[in-house]
Design a binder for this molecule. Structure first.
Ligand SMILES: *[C@@H]1O[C@H](CO)[C@@H](O)[C@H](O)[C@H]1NC(C)=O
Ligand SMILES: *[C@@H]1O[C@H](CO)[C@@H](O)[C@H](O)[C@H]1NC(C)=O
Ligand SMILES: *[C@@H]1O[C@H](CO)[C@@H](O)[C@H](O)[C@H]1NC(C)=O
Ligand SMILES: *[C@@H]1O[C@H](CO)[C@@H](O)[C@H](O)[C@H]1NC(C)=O
Ligand SMILES: *[C@@H]1O[C@H](CO)[C@@H](O)[C@H](O)[C@H]1NC(C)=O
Length: 737
C-alpha cells in the first residue's frame, strides 16, 4: 500500500505539473509513469478496496463525507415545518462542523501569496559544478510550483503594498524536492536568525491595537530597525521601487544566502541563486501602488492568473554566481553575511536555465495555501553554507509547518509530495497520517523484513560537504560582518536620480507615521549612507540634526553597480501590457479596430473603457458596435500600463466633459505612463498641458495625425510601452491627480 500511495501521488503531481504520463520517461521522470508491475507491489486486499472505490457509480451526486447520498441540501431536519432543528440531523451537523473547522493558521510571514505550476529546464549540463540530477540534462523538464507573496500583511491584505516579495520555488526532482525559498531582494534585514522574531514582531501590526495592516511605516518597525545598522542596506532596497513591483513576472528573485554546489568529485564551490525575469524588472509608481490597494487588492495575483490563462507564460532565467572555494575571502565583505550581495560586476551571473509558469492551480487552499517550502529541502549536489541566518531558517520552516499544517505528516499533502519514492523510512503515525504502512517492522536495522528499507550507498545518498572546523564555541558575531554601510552606499550610488528621488519619497512616507524621535534616528542612520539622502528626508519630515554620523568609520569608495538599477530594464516585448482605450459614442471605430489589432499583434492587450458598460456606437454609419470592457470608475487608469485616446469629434467632446475621463488621462500622465492620441483625441492632451501648437509632445506621449492609424504611430507607441514609464516627466509636471 505504501508504494501504491506513492504511485498515486506521482501521477497526481505529474498531472498537476502539466506533464502527461508519457512526458515522464522522456523528461527523465522515472516515477511519473511507473508500471504497476515494476513500481507497485500492491497489497492484494487494499488494491481490491481501491478498485472498488474507483468503480462507484453516480460520481456527480452530492454525498456526505461517509458517502451517503443527499437529496435535500437546503433544509435541516425539523420537528414540524415550523419546529426547531433536531440534534439527530447528522447531515446538517457534519456540514456545519466541517465548515467551522475550515480555517488553518495563516503563515506568520508571507501569509498572502499566489502560486503557479510550471517547469524548469537547464540549458547545458552543469555536471562539472554540481551532481544535482535536475541540472544535468537539457532535455529534462523538472516540474515546479512557485509561490509569490508579500511578507508583512495578513492573508486578506492587498498585493501592492510596499514590502519585500517572497519568491519560493519547489523543484520536484527525481532526487527529492529542492526548494529555493527566496525573495525579490538579494539580501536580508538581519545577520543572525536569533533576531528574526524581533524583526517580524516589529513590522507586523502593533500588538495593542493591530494597526497598521501590511504597512512597514509605523513606530514599532522603525524603532527596532533604526537600532540595527546591519539593516541599513535592506532598508534601502525595501524603500526603493523594488518594494512595489509592477507584477510578479517583472521581479528578479534571489536565493539570498550563499549556498554550495558540489560535483561528483566532491569539489565544492559557493553559489548565489538568481532569477532573471524575461520581462525585465519594472515597478509601479507609489501613487499607483497605493491606489491599487483599494481599487484592486488582488492586482498581482490577478495579473499572474490572467497572464497564464491567456498563454503569456511568465518566465525567468536561473542565474548562478559561482565563487571558487579558494576565493572565499577575496571580497571586502563576508560571503556568509546575508546583508551583503555579490555585485554582478565582480562575479557575473551565468544564466543556466529557464523557469516557465504555465498552469494555474485548481484549488487555492489545497495547493497555494498548503504548499510547504523549506530551505532545508536540498538535493545531492547542493548544500548549505555557514550563513547564520540560513542556519536558523533551516530549523524554522519545518517547525512552523508542523503547527500550520496540523502535524508532522504535511509532506503527504499532494502539493508537498516528492515525485520520487519517499516515506520509505521508519517514521510512523502522527496526526493526518494518510499512508497505510504495511508489515511488522518499523525500525532499522531489522532482519524480519530483510533489512528494508535499507540505506543508500554513500555515492547515492546525500553527502553534506565535509567542511573542516577548528573553532571555539562562542555566542558572538564575526567582525567580518561589521561593515553595515558600504553596500547601502553602493546601492544608493548605483541608482538613477529618479530612483534616488523615490527612495527619499518612500522614507518620507514611512516617517509620516512615526514619532519625532524615531524620524530623527532614521535621518541619523541615513547620514551614514549619503548626506544628501539624509538631508532631503530630514527636510521633508521636519527633523534637524547636527551632521554627526551614527557610525564614525569613513565610508570606503564604491564602484557603482549598474545591475542594481532599474534604469536599463526595457525588454524587446510588450507581453502582458494592457492599454486602456478611452471611447464614447461617436468614436472612430476604424481607429479603435486598427489600434487593437496592432497592439495584440505586438503581444499586448487592449481594454475598451467608456462611460458605461454595453456597447459604444462608432462614428461610421456602417461600423460595428464596440463592446465595452470597463467604465472610467470601475476600471481606473492605475490598472493599466498605457492609455490611448482615439479620434471621433463627438466622442472626444463627450470625454472632455466627463470629469472621470479627464482624470483618467491626467492620472495616467502623472503616473508616467505612455499615452497616445489620434485625430480629435489629441485635444484631450490639453488636460496634461500640451497642445499641437507646442513643440514636441512630452516624453512618452505619441501622436497620430488624423484618424487613420499609421504603422509608424503604432510602432512608436509599442516602443513607448516597452519603456514602461517616463520618469523624466516626474520633475516637470504640475498636472494634478
Ligand atoms: C563548467 O562547464 C561550462 C561549460 O559547459 C563552462 O562554461 C564553465 O566554465 C565550467 N565551470 C567550471 C567551474 O569548470
Ligand atoms: C486580453 O485579456 C483578456 C482578459 O485577461 C484575455 O481573456 C484575453 O485572452 C487577452 N487577449 C490577448 C490577445 O492576450
Ligand atoms: C550623495 O548622493 C548624491 C546624489 O546622488 C551625490 O551627488 C553625492 O556625491 C553623494 N555623496 C557622496 C559622498 O558620495
Ligand atoms: C543596457 O543593457 C544592455 C543589454 O541588456 C547593454 O548592452 C547596455 O550596455 C546597457 N546600458 C547601460 C547604460 O547599462
Ligand atoms: C474586452 O472585451 C472583449 C469582448 O467582450 C474581450 O474579448 C476581451 O478579451 C476583453 N479584453 C480584456 C482586456 O479584458
Amino acid at each position: 500500500m505504501e508504494r501504491w500511495t506513492i504511485y498515486l501521488g506521482a501521477v497526481i503531481l505529474c498531472a498537476s505539473a502539466g506533464l502527461t504520463a508519457s512526458d515522464g520517461p522522456q523528461s527523465g521522470q522515472p516515477n511519473c509513469a511507473p508500471t504497476v508491475d515494476s513500481a507497485c507491489e500492491i497489497n492484494e486486499k487494499v488494491a481490491s478496496m481501491e478498485s472498488f472505490r474507483a468503480r462507484t457509480e453516480d460520481g456527480d451526486i452530492l454525498t456526505t463525507n461517509q458517502g451517503l447520498k443527499i437529496s435535500d441540501d437546503s433544509n435541516s431536519l425539523k420537528a414540524g415545518v415550523r419546529g426547531s432543528t433536531l440534534l439527530e440531523d447528522f447531515i446538517l451537523r457534519e456540514k456545519i462542523t466541517h465548515f467551522d473547522h475550515e480555517r488553518i493558521p495563516e503563515r506568520v510571514v508571507h501569509a498572502r501569496g499566489a502560486g503557479a505550476y510550471g517547469f524548469f529546464q537547464v540549458y547545458n549540463s552543469l555536471a562539472n559544478i554540481t551532481k544535482a540530477k535536475f541540472l544535468q540534462d537539457p532535455k529534462k523538464k523538472t516540474p515546479v510550483f512557485v509561490r509569490f507573496s508579500t511578507v508583512g500583511g495578513f492573508r486578506g491584505s492587498a498585493d501592492t503594498v510596499r514590502d519585500v516579495r517572497g519568491f519560493a520555488t519547489k523543484f520536484y526532482t527525481e532526487d527529492g524536492n529542492f526548494d529555493i525559498v527566496g525573495n525579490n531582494m538579494p539580501i536580508f534585514f538581519i545577520q543572525d536568525a536569533i533576531k528574526f522574531p524581533d524583526l517580524i514582531h516589529s513590522v507586523k501590526p502593533e500588538p495593542h491595537n493591530e494597526i497598521p495592516q501590511a504597512q512597514s511605516g509605523h513606530d514599532n518597525f522603525y524603532d527596532f530597525i533604526t537600532q540595527q545598522p546591519e539593516a541599513a542596506h535592506m532598508l534601502m532596497w525595501v524603500n526603493s521601487d523594488r518594494g512595489i513591483p509592477r507584477s510578479y513576472a517583472n521581479m528578479e528573485g534571489f536565493g539570498i544566502h550563499t549556498f554550495r554546489l558540489i560535483n561528483e568529485q566532491g569539489v565544492s564551490r559557493f553559489v548565489k541563486f538568481h532569477w532573471k525575469p524575461y520581462l525585465g524588472v519594472h515597478s509601479l509608481t507609489a501613487d499607483d501602488a497605493g491606489k491599487l490597494v483599494g481599487k484592486d487588492p488582488d492586482f498581482h495575483r490577478r495579473q499572474l492568473w490572467e497572464s497564464i490563462a491567456s498563454g503569456a507564460f511568465p518566465e525567468w532565467e536561473l542565474g548562478l554566481q559561482i565563487v571558487e572555494a579558494e576565493d572565499e575571502f577575496k571580497f571586502d565583505f563576508d560571503i556568509l553575511d546575508p546583508t551583503k550581495l555579490i555585485p554582478e560586476e565582480l562575479v557575473p551571473v551565468i544564466r543556466v536555465g529557464r523557469l516557465v509558469l504555465n498552469r494555474n492551480p485548481d484549488n487555492y487552499f489545497a495547493e497555494t495555501e498548503q504548499v510547504a517550502f523549506c530551505i532545508a529541502n536540498i538535493v545531492p549536489g547542493i548544500d548549505f553554507s555557514d550563513d547564520p541566518l540560513m542556519q536558523g531558517r533551516i530549523f524554522s520552516y519545518l517547525d512552523t509547518q508542523i503547527t500550520r499544517l496540523g502535524g508532522p505528516n504535511f509532506q503527504e499533502i499532494p502539493i508537498n509530495r516528492p515525485v520520487c519514492p519517499f516515506l520509505k523510512n521508519n517514521q510512523r503515525d502522527g496526526l493526518h497520517r494518510d499512508t497505510i504502512n504495511v508489515g511488522q517492522t518499523n525500525y532499522h536495522k531489522n532482519t524480519l523484513n530483510a533489512g528494508l528499507p535499507k540505506e543508500a550507498t554513500p555515492a547515492a545518498g546525500f553527502q553534506g560537504f565535509p567542511e573542516r572546523i577548528a573553532a571555539n564555541i562562542v555566542r558572538a558575531r564575526s567582525p567580518s560582518f561589521d561593515d553595515h554601510f558600504s553596500q547601502a552606499i553602493l546601492f544608493w550610488t548605483s541608482l538613477s536620480s529618479w530612483e534616488q528621488d523615490h527612495l527619499v519619497d518612500s522614507f518620507t512616507g514611512e516617517m509620516a507615521h512615526c514619532q519625532p524621535a524615531i524620524r530623527e534616528r532614521l535621518v541619523r542612520l541615513l547620514l551614514n549612507i549619503n548626506e544628501s539622502l539624509s538631508n532631503r528626508v530630514a527636510l521633508n519630515v521636519g527633523v534637524k540634526i547636527d551632521p554627526m554620523p551614527y557610525h564614525t568609520a569613513p565610508p570606503k569608495p564604491v564602484t557603482p553597480s549598474p545591475a542594481l538599477s532599474q534604469r536599463n530594464q526595457s525588454k524587446d516585448t510588450i507581453l502582458t501590457r494592457v492599454v486602456a482605450v478611452l471611447v464614447a459614442d461617436g468614436v472612430n471605430g476604424q481607429a479603435v479596430a486598427q489600434f487593437k489589432n496592432a497592439i495584440i499583434a505586438a503581444g499586448g492587450n487592449v481594454s475598451i473603457i467608456a462611460p458605461r458598460f454595453g456597447t459604444v456606437t462608432p462614428a461610421e454609419a456602417d461600423g460595428a458596435l464596440i463592446p465595452v470592457n470597463g467604465t472610467f470608475g470601475t476600471f481606473p487608469s492605475v490598472l493599466f500600463d498605457a492609455v490611448f485616446i482615439p479620434g471621433g469629434a463627438s466622442s472626444v467632446a463627450l470625454l472632455g466633459k466627463i470629469g472621470a475621463a479627464v482624470h483618467y488621462v491626467q492620472e495616467a500622465f502623472v503616473n508616467l505612463k505612455p499615452i497616445a492620441a489620434a485625430g480629435e483625441g489629441v485635444e484631450l492632451l490639453k488636460q496634461v498641458g500640451w497642445t499641437p501648437q507646442d513643440a514636441k509632445p512630452p516624453a512618452g506621449v505619441v501622436i497620430n495625425d488624423g484618424n487613420a492609424i499609421s504603422n509608424a504611430f503604432t510602432a512608436a507607441f509599442v516602443e513607448a510601452i516597452k519603456q514602461h514609464r517616463f520618469y523624466e516627466r516626474e520633475k516637470t509636471s504640475s498636472v494634478p491627480s
